[in-house]
Design a protein around this ligand. Structure first.
Ligand code: GDP
Ligand code: IMO
Ligand code: MG
Length: 454
């Protein structure tokens, strides 16, 4: 047993979505980036769309961590991400064209798996098949994916023999030999879904993807060692979750989920950094709920109220432009995802969107088909379909709150709404977001950045 002086360990932070995505993770990561040195994506791929607004400039990040906008931070795409090199290079070019530095500050794991064009073809073909009449006889099982090839790429990772990793792109002969085998089998798999496709050309693919590899070479790294070196050097890490906990492959509303562990449980596997290194988990929660794509959504408002939320919140997908389904805040779901993620605090975002409603509802329990009640979430689509939300109804507020200086100056009913969320979840709301811009944020009850400096 040591009795000597021990310095407090550096606190590393995770930002994670507590609902079905688009909670405003990009905005909060941008806000926290100033206090961190390294920003790391650990899961998902170009299915994510993280918006950051700086003044009147809006940036949509898909594969690159949102911290890239600062220019002086190291941004890491961890081994748990599936990388579409074509999309990544486009994203790099777009950012550079807007004056953002993307050089050696962007590190990409050599072990991250590659999304190939045939993954996107397979993703679309399977979705079309499941939407078609033939499949409907068995019930419509289409997931409403982003068609970015995410599921097929992760499936190849798990299948092992059909997978390509970023490191493979740097070895053209090895890449070519793998693609010859993969393409033969892959054409047959796509055709089995009823899609007539030209046979995949392994030579053309190998040449093209080796070129992508050359362009990415300066960024490719053993990011596991790089991250541990950073930790030893006392640098602070910020883990940026993509997608969200209720879309987690193991803990979400299966099968209407994405194919990665988007909750904080994905961090150790997706980066090589043990979970014990994370001291702070900020769960991002919209003040209401949204969902894109198919799957159960107990508090959905498929009516005029839902439409009003969609228009006020500009709820259209950052990645696909699809209108998002909207509904009241589901605290049964949020309490569950906060538990799975180990959330130490909550950021309540898009709070300004709720101004102007006569009354606002909070779902605190579910009624099950047998008439009994539960406060437990059901991470299974088929069983979750059967629940009815039980609401607490609260009066709304009419004033716009975007310019509120602190939490105390919010309308009393708005303050009560926040307090009730804290009571039900047992987790403090550390951040309240009142608009898309950096300055429109209350941290620990006060404006994070003075309006005057905007
Ligand atoms: P992410 O995927 O979790 O990063 O979220 P998205 O970027 O896909 O969607 C969030 C949207 O809400 C973006 O358009 C943001 O600019 C916007 N946004 C973020 N925070 C707020 C807020 O507090 N109020 C309003 N009105 N918009 C916000
Ligand atoms: P961000 O990071 C919202 C949803 C899709 C679909 C399901 C599976 O911006 O919050 P996939 O293409 O991953 O196989 O689709 O998951 N989905 C998201 N919804 N925000 C996201 O990311 C999402 N990423 C995946 O709409 O229902
Ligand atoms: Mg998004």
């Amino acid at each position: 047993m040591t009795t000597g002086h021990r310095t407090a360990p550096t606190v590393h932070t995770a930002v994670v979505g507590l609902q079905w995505g688009d909670e405003g993770k990009g905005k909060i990561v941008d806000l926290l980036t100033s206090e961190h040195d390294v920003i790391v994506r650990y899961n998902g791929g170009a299915n994510a769309g993280h918006t950051v607004q700086v003044g009147t400039e809006r940036y949509a990040l898909h594969l690159i961590p949102s911290g890239i906008l600062y220019g002086d931070k190291t941004c890491v795409i961890g081994n748990g991400v599936v990388v579409d090199p074509e999309k990544l290079l486009q994203e790099i070019d777009t950012l550079r064209a807007r004056g953002i530095r993307v050089g050696t500050n962007l590190r990409i794991s050599d072990r991250a798996h590659v999304v190939m064009p045939y993954h996107k073809e397979q993703d679309a073909a399977l979705e079309e098949y499941l939407t078609s009449k033939t499949a409907h006889d068995q019930g419509n099982l289409s997931i409403g994916t982003t068609r970015r090839g995410i599921g097929p790429a992760y499936a190849d990772k798990v299948r092992r023999s059909m997978a390509i990793r970023v490191g493979d792109l740097l070895d053209p002969e090895y890449l070519r030999s793998r693609l010859h085998v993969i393409c033969k089998l892959r054409t047959a798999e796509i055709e089995a879904l009823g899609v007539k496709t030209a046979p995949l050309d392994p030579e053309a693919l190998a040449t093209r993807y080796a070129e992508f590899g050359e362009r990415l070479r300066p960024h490719v790294d053993d990011t596991v060692y790089a991250l541990h070196d950073s930790i030893r050097a006392g640098r602070r890490i910020l883990f940026e979750g993509a997608n969200a906990s209720l879309l987690d492959i193991d803990h979400g509303t299966f099968p209407y989920v994405t194919s990665s562990n988007c909750s904080t449980l994905g961090i150790p596997a997706g980066t090589g950094v043990p979970g014990a290194a994370i001291g702070r988990v900020l769960g991002i929660m919209k003040a209401y709920s949204t969902r894109v794509g198919a799957g159960p959504f107990p508090t959905e408002l498929d009516n005029e109220l839902g439409h009003r939320i969609r228009e006020r919140g500009r709820e259209y997908g950052t990645t696909t432009g699809r209108p998002r389904r909207c509904g009241w805040l589901d605290l049964v779901a949020v309490r569950y995802s906060a538990m799975v993620c180990g959330a130490t605090g909550i950021a309540c975002t898009l709070f300004d969107v709720l101004s102007g409603f006569d009354e606002i509802k909070l779902c605190v329990r579910y009624r099950l088909p047998d008439g009994t009640e539960t406060d437990r979430f059901i991470p299974d689509a088929h069983r979750l379909e059967g629940v009815t939300p039980i609401y607490e109804t609260m009066p709304g507020w009419s004033d716009e709150i975007r310019d509120a200086a602190d939490r105390d100056s919010l309308p009393a009913t708005a303050r009560k709404y926040l307090s009730r969320i804290e009571e039900v979840t047992g987790i403090p709301i550390e951040v309240v977001s009142l608009g898309p811009e950096r300055t429109q944020t209350l941290v620990d009850g006060r404006r994070a950045i003075a309006l005057a400096t905007a």
